[in-house]
Design a protein. Structure first.
Length: 308
């Protein structure tokens, strides 16, 4: 099978490439210069020249809360155009299988936890990343319509929880919780700081899956694509609180200082946990423990010191 992976330079794309090396697929991994997903002609040219059997769509404008708040126009319009352009052109050229990556951010902000796939579009979205979520919902619905109306076409969506791992971003302006805390505690250890501050009381819960596990899921899904549900949450199905992330990371880094809580600062939603009932029925489970995922991510972080 010839698989086109979009977003190959990103965290998910690089984990997919690494995973594919032990498998017998032909992988196409165009750079943005080879296939710019904001340009219809660029997409048409690349698809026509390379004719993949299947697409795994991981490209997009991705960022934390600060970036989403600062650039709502870009997060909505770029992600919407990228998704619609690629999906439409893939159908036109006759690509029968398409695995779209969405995100658990697209669930309504007040939906009950754990978040079930059928909760999509049942309530108001989280305002801080509404544009990004709307674009993800658009692509997810497009895939549903295509599977329903185009005979022989399977366009399906995986909905990952938060991810972390090798190739993550550690700069404070772009990092999500785990890489941000790794960088913060590493610096505290280097500078012999006695204390590290945690925003809020640390009781908010978060679900983070190791990105290599998502890569494992993607190839499992491609092997079992017919029986994959149309929309499928991909995560752990359990979560940890913020204090537990800090403690685990401190243990791995060997930081022995204290933590203090700044309850004047916001800590975001209390919980965002996916329901993994369909995932378990599909027959896939994540394999990496929090300790071993953080250990490997920290080793990667150390290799990047001085490069960023
Ligand atoms: N990271 C998470 O925690 C998380 C959680 C749930 C879902 N996801 C989803 O997983 C997917 C991958 O996320 P990620 O963390 O790997 O993101 P990432 O590291 O920011 O990578 C994004 C990728 O998209 C590419 N891209 C952006 N605009 C493009 C364009 N116009 N044309 C071609 N390529 C373009 C980037 O290429 P350049 O290098 O050229 O910029 C990069 O390769 C996304 O769909 C995201 O929504 C991520």
């Amino acid at each position: 099978m010839k698989i086109l992976i979009t977003g190959g330079s990103g965290m998910v794309g690089r984990n997919l490439l690494e995973k594919s090396q032990s498998l017998s697929y032909e992988i196409l991994l165009p750079t943005r210069a080879q296939m710019d997903l904001l340009s219809l002609s660029s997409i048409q040219r690349f698809l026509k020249d390379n004719k993949p059997d299947c697409i795994v769509h991981c490209a997009g404008l991705v960022g934390g809360i600060a970036a989403n708040i600062a650039k709502p126009v870009e997060f909505l319009s770029e992600n919407a155009y990228i998704g619609l352009n690629l999906i439409n052109e893939s159908v036109k050229i006759g690509i029968k299988r398409f695995l779209n990556l969405a995100s658990s951010c697209m669930y309504p902000r007040n939906a009950p936890n754990p978040l079930k796939e059928e909760y999509i579009l049942t309530g108001e979205l989280e305002p801080t990343n509404e544009g990004y979520a709307l674009a993800k919902i658009l692509a997810t619905r497009m895939c549903e319509y295509i599977t329903r109306t185009q005979n022989g076409y399977l366009y399906k969506t995986a909905i990952p929880c938060n991810l972390y791992g090798k190739y993550d971003k550690f700069e404070p302006t772009r990092a999500h919780l785990i890489p941000a805390v790794i960088a913060k505690i590493h610096n505290a250890k280097q500078q012999n700081l006695k204390e590290v501050e945690i925003w809020g009381d640390g009781s908010a819960r978060r679900e983070f899956m190791y990105a290599e596990d998502l890569a494992d899921f993607v190839f499992y899904a491609l092997e079992n694509f017919e029986k994959m549900p149309q929309n499928l949450n991909v995560g752990l199905g359990y979560d940890y609180n913020i204090n537990e992330y800090y403690q685990t990371i401190a243990k791995i880094i060997g930081y022995e200082g204290e933590f203090c809580h700044n309850i004047q600062k916001p800590s975001g939603m209390q919980q965002k946990l996916i329901d993994n009932t369909r995932l378990k029925a599909f027959g896939w489970n994540p394999k990496t423990t929090l300790e071993s995922g953080i250990q490997k991510t920290y080793e990667y972080f150390l290799t990047q010191q001085g490069k960023e």
